[in-house]
Write a protein that binds this ligand. Structure first.
Ligand SMILES: Nc1ncnc2c1ncn2[C@@H]1O[C@H](COP(=O)(O)OP(=O)(O)OP(=O)(O)O)[C@@H](O)[C@H]1O
Ligand SMILES: [Mg+2]
Length: 370
């Protein structure tokens, strides 16, 4: 498999993270950043290859909208990591063959028992947790530390059913702190707090938080260079940088734009931008998301999109009330609307104040939503 020519390597950052993970004081890191900022791409295309090159075994598991339960996802990732082949080969084949039945190699005896991963639901039975511990032990029997990359871990905090799994994981990792290192990533601060920062959280003080640096000009230059090679035409660097900024410095949005320009050789950045923003709105389901909100939630979202960030203050409550034809709303009703927006991942207090999570959705609301 050839390296992805579009991938912009986070070279210096990657080696810094790996050094911190292996030689640092802790046994785990958390990497939390908003949606579509490049966390998964960093794990799979930067960190994993470098770690493997340095002789570490790497295991990747993502809990995002997995068709299997979290414990099934973990068991599968661990088991396949025992197979031969490079991380990249394994990622490719395991994605293709996420077989519902997995042959779990039985501890010790060399016997194999097939278990139906799709049948694992709800609270994990104790023997599966033992299986998990056994597998963690076997993947970590190497001279160099084994690295677990656990993506979208906030999903584990969504259901109480996962509590025994999370607790077992914590214990298993603790037991092997010298041989296992973990990177947890996710996009929800709220979900993260439930696992890592609340005093009663299972991973309280377990992991050290690191920030994913935002992509900037060098990323745009890299994408432009890749574009020039493939498309055999040049784009204006100035327009590209302006578009990147217009698209909230999002690598995902910028690549949607570039894809559009690849498809249509006659198109230029300026004219393409409007079409791309329409496409993003459809791809990410902005209109549907909007329609699913109640009147109060919409009015609240609109106020946030307009930059209002004191939702419990009189002006905000009066504004939201005015929109739905009522006097100033009570703080409690605004609070309920905010909680709902937070639970659906639309708003959070990531920056220290209430705001919509996706700046493009905020722009869409300002421009389209009535
Ligand atoms: N280093 C990079 N080089 C090139 N493209 C990138 C890079 N990082 C991110 N992208 C682009 O942005 C998209 C989103 O990145 P990615 O899926 O890694 O984000 P994420 O933070 O994991 O998002 P989510 O929260 O939705 O899981 C990628 O599919 C890719 O197109
Ligand atoms: Mg991701």
């Amino acid at each position: 498999m050839v390296a992805d020519p579009w991938h912009f390597k986070r070279g210096e950052f990657t080696s810094r993270v790996l050094t911190l993970l292996i030689d640092g004081p802790g046994q785990a890191l958390t990497l939390f950043a908003p949606r579509r900022t490049g966390k998964t791409e960093f794990l799979l295309k930067d960190l994993a290859p470098l770690a493997e090159k340095r002789g570490h075994r790497v295991v990747y598991a993502s809990f995002w909208q997995a068709p299997l339960s979290p414990q099934a996802v973990l068991l599968h990732a661990l088991e396949t990591s025992l197979q031969r082949g490079t991380f990249r080969d394994r990622m490719r084949s395991s994605a293709l063959a996420l077989a519902p039945k997995l042959k779990l190699s039985a501890p010790g005896a060399g016997m194999e028992a097939a278990i139906d991963l799709t049948a694992i639901r709800g609270r994990p039975p104790a023997d599966l947790l033992l299986r998990l511990d056994d597998l963690l032990d076997r993947v970590s029997r190497r001279r160099k530390e084994t690295i677990l990359l656990l993506d979208e871990v906030q999903e584990l905090a969504r259901s109480r059913d996962n509590a025994p799994l999370v607790a077992a994981l914590r214990t298993s990792l603790d037991k092997r702190s010298g041989r296992l290192r973990t990177v947890f990533t996710g996009s929800s601060r709220e979900g993260l707090a439930a696992m890592f920062s609340a005093r009663q959280a299972p991973f309280f003080h377990f992991a050290m938080p690191i920030e994913l640096p935002p992509l900037a000009e060098p990323f745009v230059d890299h994408i432009l260079a890749a574009f020039h090679k493939v498309a055999l035409r040049k784009l204006s660097r100035r327009d590209a940088l302006a578009a990147f900024e217009r698209l909230h410095a999002s690598p995902y949005f910028f690549r949607v734009l570039i894809e559009q320009l690849l498809h249509d050789a006659g198109l230029d950045i300026g004219p393409a931008l409007a079409g791309v923003r329409d496409r993003i709105a459809l791809d990410l389901g902005y209109p549907d998301t909007w329609l699913a909100l109640t009147a109060i939630q919409r009015a609240t979202a609109r106020a946030l999109a307009g930059g209002a960030d004191q939702p419990f203050g009189q002006p905000f409550r009066r504004r939201v009330g005015g929109e739905i034809g009522e006097p100033a709303l009570s703080a409690g009703r605004v609070q309920a609307a905010l909680r709902r927006l937070e639970r659906t991942g639309l708003a959070d207090t990531y920056t220290g104040r209430w705001a919509l999570v996706d700046p493009e959705f905020a722009a869409w609301i300002r421009e389209h939503a009535t």
